[in-house]
Design a protein around this ligand. Structure first.
Ligand SMILES: [Fe+2]
Ligand SMILES: [Fe+2]
Length: 268
C-alpha cells in the first residue's frame, strides 16, 4: 500500500506548470492514494484550479485545508471557506474532504486528517514566553492575524480541530477492521516535527504558530497510529516520536516549498 502526501503547493505563487510536473511525478509512482495536506491555493478559484490538476490521477484523493486556503477575499470569509466553499470544491472534483471523516484506503488502513491549527503549545515555555505575548505579537510573525477573519481565538479553533481528529482516531482504534492509522495534518503536532533553536528568541516565539503539541499528546496513546505527516513549515523533517509501551510513531514534515512542491511516501 503506497500513499503519497503533498502539501504547501501554494498555487497562487508556485503556478500550474510546476504543480503539473509534480502530479506527473506522482502518477509515475503509481500510488494507491494521494493526500493534499493544505496550503493548496487562495483565493478559492486557485484552490479549485489546483485540485483540477490532480483529477488525472487514477486513485482516491483526500484533501484538507491549510491556513492560507482560509484567507478571506471578497465574498469569502474564512469560516465560509472552511465549512462550505472548499469542501464543495473538493467533492465536485470527486475527492474526499478529510475534516468530515477518515478515508479508508484498503487493506485495513485509514487516513485521518485535519488542518489541526496552532494553540501556542509549541512556544518555548522554558524561555518564559506566555500565551498572551504570543497573541499580542501574532501580527509580526503571521499574516493569519490579518487574513483570517473568524471570531475564534487560535486556542478555540485548535481545540475544535483537536476534538474532531482525536474522536475520529479513537473510533478507528476501536474498529477491528482497521489495522493502521495514518494521521495527516497541516500544522505539525509532534515535537519531532519541529525545529528547536534554544538561543533564538524570535524563532522560539514564532514556533507558537508552527505546532499544536496538545493534539500530538492526545494522539500518542492511540496504538494503531503508524505515522504522522504534516505540512505548513516547509521544513522537511523526519523522525520518530517515542511512546510508552508501544512502537514509536514515524513523524515527518513534507519538504514542499514555494516553487518547489514535493511529496512524501508512506508505505505499509
Ligand atoms: Fe505553506
Ligand atoms: Fe500553512
Amino acid at each position: 500500500m503506497k500513499l503519497l502526501i503533498t502539501s504547501d503547493l501554494h498555487h497562487e505563487i508556485t503556478g500550474a506548470e510546476t504543480i503539473r510536473r509534480l502530479v506527473a511525478g506522482m502518477e509515475r509512482e503509481n500510488p494507491d492514494a494521494v493526500i493534499l495536506a493544505g496550503d493548496i491555493g487562495n483565493p478559492s478559484r486557485l484552490f479549485e484550479q489546483c485540485l483540477g490538476l490532480f483529477v488525472r490521477l487514477n486513485c482516491p484523493i483526500g484533501v484538507l485545508p491549510g491556513n492560507h486556503d482560509l484567507w478571506r477575499s471578497p465574498g469569502e470569509t474564512s469560516i465560509l471557506l472552511h465549512e462550505e466553499i472548499l469542501p464543495a470544491i473538493t467533492r465536485d472534483c470527486g475527492f474526499q474532504w478529510l475534516p468530515d471523516g477518515p478515508m479508508n484506503i484498503g487493506e485495513g488502513i485509514a487516513v485521518a486528517g485535519s488542518i489541526a491549527w496552532y494553540d501556542y503549545s509549541a512556544r518555548d515555555i522554558e524561555a518564559g514566553i506566555s500565551e498572551e505575548q504570543v497573541a499580542r505579537e501574532k501580527a509580526i510573525f503571521s499574516n493569519d492575524a490579518r487574513e483570517i477573519d473568524w471570531e475564534y481565538s487560535d486556542q478555540e479553533f485548535a481545540a475544535r480541530c483537536r476534538s474532531s481528529l482525536v474522536t475520529q482516531c479513537q473510533a478507528l482504534e476501536g474498529d477491528p477492521s482497521v489495522r493502521a492509522i495514518i494521521v495527516v495534518t497541516h500544522v505539525p503536532v509532534m515535537k519531532t516535527q519541529m525545529e528547536w533553536r534554544r538561543d533564538d528568541a524570535r524563532w522560539n516565539l514564532r514556533n507558537a504558530f508552527f505546532g499544536h503539541l496538545t493534539l500530538g499528546n492526545e494522539l500518542k496513546p492511540i496504538t494503531k497510529i503508524h505515522s504522522i505527516v504534516s505540512g505548513h513549515t516547509h521544513l522537511g523533517l523526519s523522525g520518530a516520536a517515542e511512546r510508552e509501551g508501544g512502537r514509536p510513531i514515524a513523524t515527518s514534515v513534507i519538504p514542499s516549498d514555494y516553487y518547489k512542491p514535493r511529496w512524501v511516501t508512506v508505505e505499509l
